[in-house]
Design a protein around this ligand. Structure first.
Ligand code: BGC
Length: 795
């Protein structure tokens, strides 16, 4: 293999030298025969020709760093000298040799001991791995990491607000910029591949990964994912430059709607919804060049997604002609055997998943994977063609990432890692995500001389601001890494004066406890501390968590926190309720007596500074809820429900069939310190057919006294259809900034085909008839003149 690799390398040297030869020839006026540039496919061919079966199988395996290394105390990395207190790593020489030397594994992921490393340590780790892999097979390793909201496994990186916040910003430019910075800082960590963006539709508010994704809405999710994709990968997915990284869209698909609300439990999704809402964002991002996609750990309609040939091979690889990589989620091949029981052995599970269409297996510990796969190929249970297809896809990704030319790089190439400019971008993102849900008698903003009691378990914690995937999987190591940033208490002291702000928690999370456990409450202490303040900023919500450990038995805010809120409300001091939570915990009993309610979700390291600016009025809040905030356990509903689920009041007719569902706040809700007036909604065509593009314009005026930003949301309603239509669907949006008195005409483009739906036969159809368009209080009716039925799976 090594010999052939040398030939490929030689060809490359010739290619890269070709330009200078031509220049020299021009000067000398002689003609030089151009060296043919090999295409990526030709380069894959030459590598494939050299690989043994064992080496090919190695390319399909991804192991976790823990398998080949460990945290060392005290550590001295041979290359870099003593690390920081949190920077201890050493390779396990025996396992290192086994995995890279013997098994010839082509991919590694994540960190060791579930802990962030410095860029220096990353550089040492990756260089060591790459040098060994190249010596062995000539093929560089694909190193992947969960860089979800910034490069969250690297100390000193810029942590952005989580996905739910970005959805609330309704600002695609901020999303793109955040991902671009994350890409840069991931590269600065010598890593070319992230397991992001997370684009699960968060249509079940109980789900423990609600906060990782953008929205319950398919359109908003698609737009955010596309913006993130642009930021991460740049403009040319065939040639990702040194400032960008490959993505793994995740988790394909339907992961966010487990019937029982618990992570990794089965989902039941109507076939039409699966294609129309769940698949659509993936289709768009896959077709826009996403280099890989990670598969849903769960079961949809009875079929484990990791063994679902139809969803993996037919929908993605065949229908979309997708040539990227389908990667499993963590241990999900083994899960087919041990958890789902659709295989009698690990080997059979491997067989089923690879034949369903999996290309790269995040094993991540089981050392039997390679042998099992080799045997399956030898036994003919996995065909040579399937094996080669999977390996080619992995190699294609490595070529597209330029890893054959540069398997690692220098820290000095990334001077802006963790820079002030990156920090400012994360702060602006946090500013635009904060969502003002209540502001009785305009109690906010507060005067800068206000005396404030900060209370609640989230009032003085960096961990709760960041949530999971922050320096560690569950976010429990955040305090170790994030001391330089401000908690809410610290940020309010900076904003309102150290002498004006005090903290008395009243309720605290157990530091060493399991996720939501709380210590015995000390509510009286907080009540007593409220006696000499003007306002109480009560910070409630959730501790950090992620995946299964975040499962809940009830959605209501904890009893201690609810009691704390009630006791503080009884003091008569105005309570400003700050919600710092990964999913909407029910607050129905404490909402009425809260004078203001501010949803900050999981705003990241600069979230408290953003909140302080919002409370003082330095920042005018402009976030909008990217989901429906429920009021009751039995009232979990999304905004795009059916008319019979009627949440908007009684239905007309002989009988009220309405299954009334009250919600706390609707999708898209969010207040501002100013007011906006909408007028002159116009469309450029009132009649349309498939293929048309409808331009919708509306004037928006800032009628208040301060500057503000406004998310302009355009909804459509199909007034009658052959199957009961959703009451409303978001079709377009824009975010604009307006000074007091300023008017802007906002024009949104609505492709007519976006008004199509998937019918009960699984076919896209745009039906003739009337549609109502609505933005704020403006509505108009447009008419589709002709029905169009698609006979292809996608529009
Ligand atoms: C999660 C994925 C993640 C993977 C690797 C899994 O448990 O579901 O989102 O990318 O681990 O860390």
């Amino acid at each position: 293999m090594k010999q052939n690799f040398l030939i490929v390398t030689l060809a490359l040297i010739l290619i890269s030298g070709a330009g200078s030869d031509v220049m020299a020839a021009k000067k000398k006026k002689t003609v030089v025969k151009p060296v043919p540039v090999l295409t990526i496919e030709q380069r894959i061919d030459s590598v494939m020709a050299t690989l043994t079966l064992e080496e090919k199988v190695g390319q399909m395996a991804q192991y976790t760093l823990d398998v080949i290394g460990r945290e060392a105390r005290p550590a001295v990395s041979p290359a870099e000298g003593p690390g920081e207190s949190y920077d201890h790593f050493e390779f396990d020489p025996v396992k290192f040799e086994m995995v890279l030397g013997k098994m010839k594994v082509g991919s590694i992921l994540n960190t060791t001991n579930n802990k962030a490393q410095t860029t220096k340590m990353w550089s040492y780790i990756i260089k060591t791995i790459q040098q060994r892999a190249i010596k062995e097979t000539g093929v560089p390793v694909l190193y992947g990491i969960d860089a979800i909201h910034g490069t969250n496994y690297t100390a000193g990186s810029t942590l952005f607000p989580q996905g739910v916040n970005m959805g609330a910003s309704f600002n695609l430019a901020l999303m793109e910029q955040g991902s671009k910075i994350s890409a840069y800082e991931t590269r600065a960590s010598n890593i070319p591949y992230t397991f992001a963006p997370t684009m699960d539709l968060t249509r079940d508010q109980r789900w423990s990964r609600h906060w990782e994704s953008y929205s319950e809405d398919s359109y908003l999710t698609a737009q955010m994912a596309l913006a993130s994709l642009r930021g991460f990968q740049g403009n040319n997915h065939n040639n990702i430059d040194n400032n960008h990284v490959a993505v793994s869209l995740k988790h394909y698909m339907g992961y966010g709607v487990p019937v029982y609300g618990k992570d990794r439990t089965p989902a039941v999704i109507a076939e039409s919804e699966l294609r129309e809402k769940f698949f659509e964002p993936y289709r768009q991002a896959l077709q826009a060049g996403a280099l890989s996609v990670m598969i849903n750990s769960g079961i949809i309609n009875g079929v484990s997604t990791h063994a679902d040939h139809r969803l993996l091979t037919e929908w993605v690889k065949e229908d979309l002609n997708y040539d990227g990589v389908l990667i499993t989620d963590w241990n999900d091949v083994e899960n087919l055997y041990k958890r789902d029981r659709i295989a009698v052995s690990f080997k059979e599970a491997v067989c089923k998943s690879i034949n369903a269409g999996i290309d790269l297996v995040m094993v991540p510990y089981n050392l039997d994977f390679c042998n099992a796969t080799i045997e399956l190929v030898q036994e003919g249970k996995i065909t040579q063609a399937r094996l080669d297809d999977a390996v080619r896809r992995v190699l294609r990704m490595k070529f597209r990432l330029g890893l054959f030319e540069r398997p690692y790089w220098e820290l000095t190439e990334y001077p802006n890692f963790g820079s002030k400019a990156h920090e400012a971008a994360a702060k602006s993102a946090a500013d635009e995500t904060i969502t003002l849900l209540k502001n009785e008698n305009n109690i906010l903003p507060l005067k800068k001389t206000s005396r404030i009691l900060v209370a609640g378990p989230n009032g003085n914690s960096m961990r709760t601001l960041n949530g999971g995937w922050s320096y560690s999987w569950q976010g429990e190591k955040t305090e170790l890494f994030a001391q330089q940033y401000n908690t809410i208490f610290e940020a309010l002291k900076n904003e309102f004066g150290a002498n004006n702000v005090k903290y008395e928690a009243g309720v605290t999370y157990k530091m060493d406890g399991q996720y939501f456990e709380e210590n015995a409450p000390e509510i009286e202490k907080a009540v007593a501390a409220a006696s000499d303040v003007d306002y109480i900023v009560l910070c409630v919500g959730e501790n950090s968590y992620c995946e299964t450990p975040g499962n809940l038995d009830e959605l209501v805010l904890s009893e201690n926190q609810t009691n704390l809120a009630k006791a503080l409300q009884k003091t008569g001091k105005p309570v400003i309720l700050v919600l710092n939570e990964g999913r909407p915990r029910l607050i129905r009993t404490i909402e009425p007596a809260s004078k203001a309610i501010v949803q900050i979700y999981l705003p990241g390291n600069y979230g408290a500074d953003a909140l302080a600016d919002v409370l003082s009025g330095d920042v005018n809040p402009s976030g909008r809820l990217p989901y429906t905030y429920p009021k009751y356990e039995q009232g979990l509903i999304t905004y795009d429900h059916k008319p019979s689920q009627n949440i908007e009041g009684k239905m007309e007719g002989a009988y009220d069939y309405g299954a009334q569902t009250s919600v706390q706040y609707p999708f898209g809700f969010g207040l501002s310190y100013t007011t906006f007036e909408y007028s002159n909604l116009t469309v450029d065509k009132s009649q349309f057919a498939s293929g048309d593009s409808i331009r919708v314009s509306v004037d928006v005026k800032n009628t208040g006294k301060v500057a503000g930003k406004e998310a302009v949301l355009l909804f459509s309603s199909d007034l009658a259809a052959s199957i009961s239509p959703d009451v409303r669907r978001l079709r377009a949006f824009d975010k604009i900034a307006l000074n007091p008195g300023e008017v802007k005409k906002v024009t949104l483009t609505l492709p007519a085909d976006d008004l199509a739906f998937v019918n009960e036969k699984g076919k896209w159809v745009l039906e003739a008839g009337d549609f109502r368009l609505q933005t704020a209080n403006q509505t108009t009716i447009i008419k589709c003149t002709q029905t169009k039925l698609w006979d292809t799976p996608n529009r």
